[in-house]
Design a binder for this molecule. Structure first.
Ligand code: 2E6
Ligand code: F3S
Length: 315
């Protein structure tokens, strides 16, 4: 007899509209131009997605310098510094920008504030491609990065009266509120978005985790170690009181020993994790437990983004 276990499945989970669009862009580019199509950086942070596209003819590189001039190149969903399309244009390359429109919105915000003479503070994670891309919209020194509320005390803006802030789209909603409060306390005239620039998908996936956190003994988040939004889901689960929260890329990564004696487990997936991996994990649970599946839905998402026009036209 298998032990009983309730699996609380969070909704929304998994692919967001920006990820869906970015993957379609690569697939449609291969259909239109044939293989190989180059992709600068993982199109989204998921090995399974990247391997699938590679099998169809995508070639993933970190640097535009590794792409030939005469093949199309796609820029990943996380966005790129301005220098990247500038170089592609200089080399007369065919390129398609798969930057999520909600990241592009932040780029535009930064440019607008810069045109108004404000220096920017960006709340984000150092070295993350989205942060590099967003900071790279403005000249060097125009964007100051802060990662924590403690960082706010240490920055030295040019004119503390003329500042605006922007954020990465995949941050923890609660941690960011603390950083924004610290910025507003130190720089009372700072201008920013209504709350922050965290996207709808990040917000909804964190809310769904909070809704299951007090019913579960453990939380599993399907996502990659380099996926910011997925890692934030693990942190949100822990902050909501779920001591045992694991990030797993797929079923084979599950630490079953840590789940011994668990009667209720929560399951969610980051915005770049495909639903096939969720099903794989559910099947792995069914092989070991007598599973009762409970869907906990905290929001319904209807956001869709169109692919760029160049891919909607015949070759
Ligand atoms: C682009 C922008 C935001 O690491 P991160 O969470 O940013 O990226 P992915 O690829 O895991 O998630 C989708 C995404 C793309 N999020
Ligand atoms: Fe875009 Fe948010 Fe997804 S910024 S790629 S909708 S996680």
């Amino acid at each position: 007899m298998k032990p009983s276990l309730t699996l609380y499945l969070a909704a929304p989970r998994g692919f967001c509209a920006g990820v869906d669009r970015a993957i379609k862009i690569v697939e449609m580019a291969i259909e239109k131009w044939g293989a190989p199509v180059y992709v600068r950086h993982e199109i989204v942070h998921n090995r399974f997605v990247v391997d699938g596209l590679r099998a169809k003819g995508a070639v993933f590189v970190e640097d535009l310098g590794d792409c030939p001039d005469d093949r199309p190149v796609i820029f990943s969903a996380h966005g790129v510094p301005k220098s990247v399309p500038a170089e592609a244009e200089r080399r007369e390359m065919v390129y398609v920008d798969a930057t999520c429109p909600l990241v592009s919105k932040v780029h535009i915000e930064a440019e607008r504030h810069h045109e108004n003479g404000l220096q920017m503070v960006m709340i984000g994670h150092a070295g993350h491609p989205e942060t590099l891309g967003t900071m790279g919209q403005l000249p060097e020194g125009e964007v100051i990065l802060v990662e924590t509320a403690e960082d706010v005390a240490t920055i030295a803006p040019r004119d503390p009266q003329r500042l605006a802030f922007i954020t990465q789209t995949t941050l923890s909603v609660d941690d960011t509120a603390g950083i924004v409060a610290a910025l507003k306390a130190r720089f009372p005239t700072i201008i920013g978005p209504h709350k922050e620039d965290i996207c709808y998908a990040t917000t909804n996936r964190q809310e769904a985790v909070k809704a299951i956190a007090d019913r579960i003994d453990a939380l599993l988040v399907i996502g990659a170690p380099n996926s910011s939004n997925s890692r934030r889901l693990v942190e949100v689960g822990r902050a909501a009181g779920c001591a045992h929260a694991q990030l797993v890329e797929r079923a084979a990564d599950i630490d079953w020993r840590a789940l011994e004696g668990a009667g209720a487990v929560g399951l969610t997936a980051g915005a770049s994790a495909p639903e096939v991996l969720v099903n794989e994990v559910i099947d792995a649970f069914r092989a070991r437990f007598d599973v009762t599946l409970e869907l906990v839905e905290t929001a319904r998402e209807k956001v869709e983004f169109k692919v760029p026009r160049v891919l909607r036209q015949p070759a």
